[in-house]
Design a protein around this ligand. Structure first.
Ligand code: GUN
Length: 281
């Protein structure tokens, strides 16, 4: 069997067409959705991610504001910039690109963002709401994954979802969203013995580790759905965490890298920003 390749790029582009219309409708009511992105330092990968987010805003008609701060910015200066943006009525979403330099506490920064503008859904208030299934922002990558699964007709209820990775950005929340959709969820991580034994039981396998080749065809049950969240540069090429060629022979559905989860992440960021802007329309 060879899997169907699930193009996030195509789905993202369809969703963004609908979003353009939503933004236009808001503009007609005098509301232009606005996203502020803060980048501290000059990490090349972060610069690329931020540029892509800005381009996506531009294409959708969302106003985006990039605030670039030097690597040496003191934490209190960053916090006061966030407070200004919290008060700025033209800004509906605030995103501080992670990771931050080591002298800045990421948690303090996340908690300084007004929950009503926390389009990443990193603030403990919003994480808590997601956990109990209350309406509000959803985290971008996990939400993008959920939309991809639903749009490709994957039945989540009752399925065994195995997540590899337990980060606050992807692993933990994607498991939570799948649990909210009635999957049975298993989390695996660096201390999990017999990882293969676990991954072979997965109907839906989400791999979010950040290392190429963590999972290959041997580790996958015939017919599983494989979601690859990795973004690794291997010998100059962009690769996921999954060894795509061998995994494709076992899976029924698989996301590629690039062109899989990545474009959906940005699309969900736009979606959160538009939702936030609607509150002032
Ligand atoms: N760094 C890597 N992924 C993300 C993300 O989704 N949001 C932010 N703010 N930083 C990131």
């Amino acid at each position: 069997m060879s899997a169907q390749v699930l193009s996030g790029k195509q789905l993202a582009s369809e969703k963004r067409e609908d979003m353009k219309a939503s933004v236009q409708a808001l503009k007609e009511k005098g509301v232009t959705p606005g996203l502020a992105v803060i980048l501290v330092g000059e990490d090349p990968a972060s610069q690329t991610y931020v540029r892509n987010k800005q381009k996506a805003c531009e294409n959708t008609g969302i106003h985006s504001e990039l605030i670039e701060l030097p690597e040496t910015t003191p934490e209190n200066e960053l916090l006061s910039r966030i407070e200004e943006l919290n008060r700025d009525e033209s800004i509906d979403g605030i995103l501080v690109q992670l990771p931050l330099p080591s002298h800045i506490s990421e948690q303090s920064v996340i908690e300084a963002i007004a929950p009503s503008k926390d389009v990443d859904c990193f603030h403990p208030t919003n994480v808590g709401k997601m956990m109990i299934g209350e309406e509000g922002f959803l985290p971008c990558t996990p939400h993008g994954i959920l939309v991809m699964l639903k749009e490709s007709g994957v039945d989540i209820a009752g399925k065994h979802a195995v997540i590899i990775g337990r980060s606050n950005i992807v692993g933990k929340p994607v498991g939570q969203l799948l649990l909210n959709e009635h999957a049975t969820v298993t989390y695996c991580h660096s201390r999990t013995p017999n990882l293969r034994e676990m991954t072979r039981q997965a109907d839906i396998l989400v791999v979010a580790v950040g290392r190429y080749g963590v999972v290959g065809g041997e580790d996958i049950k015939e017919g599983a759905v494989v979601i690859d969240v990795g973004m690794n540069r291997v010998e100059g090429k962009l690769r996921g965490d999954v060894e795509f060629e061998s995994a494709k022979e076992k899976a029924s559905l698989i996301t590629p890298v690039p062109g899989g989860v990545g474009p959906m992440t940005i699309t969900m960021l736009l979606d959160n920003t538009i939702h936030s802007a609607r509150k002032r329309s």
